[in-house]
Design a binder for this molecule. Structure first.
Ligand code: NAD
Length: 265
C-alpha cells in the first residue's frame, strides 16, 4: 500500500455488505486511501477475510457481523466501530440482494425481505451513524448503493426497483437535514456489475423470459449501454472515493449513475 495515498487518513468508514462484490472493492479502495474501514456483513467469516486482506496490504480494517435489518444489531455494530476505531465519518449503505419474479407471482415475504434489506437497512444504519456524525456537528458522508433501477424499471424486479427508488428519497431528506451538521449524502447508481448477485440472476432471468443466458447478458443487461460493456466494481468504488473526498457541500443530495450510458439524466 503506497504511503502517498492519504486522502482519507484519520477517517473511519463503515461499508455494509462488504464481504463480497461491490462493497468489498469499496472497502479496499477506501482503506487504500488511508481510511480505517469496518466491513459489516451478515457473513462474518467473509467480512473478517476481507479485513484480513486489507490489513495484509498495510491498511486498517475490522470485520463485524451485522444484519442490517435488525435494529439492535445495527446499533451495536456501529457503536462497536466507533468505540474500536474512534468515530464514524463515512457510511456506505451497500448490503443488498436480488429476487426476480413477475408481480403476479412475487411473494409478499420476498417483497418485505427486499424492502427490509435495502430500505430498512439504509434507514437503520443511517440513524445509527448519525448519532456519531452529529456529535459536535463533526459531520460525515453517507452513500447509498442505488442502481440504474433507482431511475429505470425492468420487468421481474418490482420489489428491487421500488426499494432502489426509495433510496433517492431518503438520501435527499438526509442532504437537507444533515446540512446543519456537516453531513452530506448521495446515491451511487451502477449498471450491471458481474458479482454473485448478478451471476445468480442470469439463469433465473433466462428461465423467466424464455431466452438464453447469452441473450440475457447481451440484450437485457447490456443492450442499452453505449458499448455493451459491464460496469466494474472498480468503476463503482472510484465513484464512491471521489464523493468521499470531494471537499464541500456543493455536492450533496445527488445521484451518480455509473452505467456505460445505459441511463443518462
Ligand atoms: P453481492 O451479492 O456480491 O454482495 C452483497 C453482500 O451483502 C453480501 O456480502 C451479503 O452477505 C450482504 N448482505 C445481504 N443481506 C445482508 C444483510 N441483511 N445484512 C448485512 N449484509 C447483507 O452483491 P453486489 O452485486 O456487490 O451488490 C451490492 C449492492 O450493489 C447491492 O445493494 C445491489 O443492489 C447493488 N447493485 C448491484 C449491481 C450489480 O449489477 N451487481 C448493480 C446495481 C446495484
Amino acid at each position: 500500500m503506497s504511503s502517498l495515498n492519504t486522502s482519507l487518513n484519520g477517517k473511519v468508514a463503515v461499508v455494509t455488505g462488504a464481504a463480497s462484490g461491490i462493497g468489498k472493492e469499496i472497502a479496499r479502495t477506501l482503506a487504500a486511501q488511508g481510511a480505517a474501514v469496518a466491513i459489516a456483513d451478515l457473513n462474518l467469516a467473509g467480512a473478517q477475510a476481507v479485513a484480513e486482506e486489507i490489513r495484509a496490504e498495510g491498511g486498517k480494517a475490522l470485520g463485524i457481523a451485522m444484519d442490517v435489518t435488525n435494529e439492535d444489531a445495527v446499533n451495536r455494530g456501529i457503536d462497536e466501530v466507533a468505540a474500536q476505531l474512534g468515530s464514524v465519518d463515512i457510511l456506505v449503505s451497500n448490503a443488498g440482494i436480488q429476487i426476480v419474479n413477475p408481480i403476479e407471482s412475487y411473494s409478499f415475504s420476498d417483497w418485505k425481505k427486499m424492502q427490509a434489506i435495502h430500505v430498512d437497512g439504509a434507514f437503520l444504519t443511517t440513524k445509527a451513524a448519525l448519532k456519531h456524525m452529529y456529535q459536535g456537528d463533526r459531520g460525515g458522508i453517507v452513500i447509498y448503493m442505488g442502481s440504474v433501477h433507482s431511475h429505470e424499471a425492468s420487468p421481474l424486479k418490482s420489489a428491487y426497483v421500488a426499494a432502489k427508488h426509495a433510496l433517492l428519497g431518503l438520501s435527499r431528506v438526509l442532504a437537507k437535514e444533515g446540512a446543519a451538521h456537516n453531513v452530506r449524502s448521495h446515491v451511487v447508481c451502477p449498471g450491471f456489475v458481474r458479482t454473485p448477485l448478478v451471476d445468480k440472476q442470469i439463469p433465473e432471468q433466462a428461465k423467466e423470459l424464455g431466452i438464453t443466458e447469452q441473450e440475457v447478458i447481451k440484450r437485457v443487461m447490456l443492450g442499452q449501454t453505449v458499448d455493451g460493456v459491464f460496469t466494474t466494481v472498480e468503476d463503482v468504488a472510484q465513484t464512491v472515493l471521489f464523493l468521499c473526498t470531494f471537499p464541500s457541500a456543493a455536492l450533496t443530495g445527488q445521484s451518480f449513475i455509473v452505467s456505460h450510458g445505459w441511463c443518462m439524466q
